[in-house]
Design a binder for this molecule. Structure first.
Ligand code: FES
Length: 85
């Protein structure tokens, strides 16, 4: 089951619903323009591949993201790695 309210960008708490609506209404021509959607992708950067996946899809509503807990864990690792550099 797809949770429409699952945050894609955890830094700015931007849900997939908001991102998909932005894609539908604003028709961004590059994935990076999703930053105009409540700052999505402009924090730690973890969500950028997923934002890109939604942006590139013809049917973003049916794109699956990792399970929310795994997704949050992945971001924690990502941020730890960033700090270690
Ligand atoms: S989760 Fe989106 S920028 Fe950090």
């Amino acid at each position: 089951m797809i949770d429409e309210d699952q945050p894609v960008c955890l830094c700015f708490d931007v849900s997939r619903r908001k991102v998909i609506q932005f894609i539908r209404t604003q028709k961004p021509t590059t994935a990076s323009q999703l930053s105009e959607c409540f700052g999505a992708g402009t924090g730690c950067g973890w969500c950028r591949p997923y934002l890109k996946q939604l942006w590139a899809s013809h049917h973003p509503e049916s794109e699956t993201l990792p399970d929310a807990a795994d997704y949050a864990d992945g971001r924690r690792r990502h941020r730890r790695e960033q700090k270690d550099q």
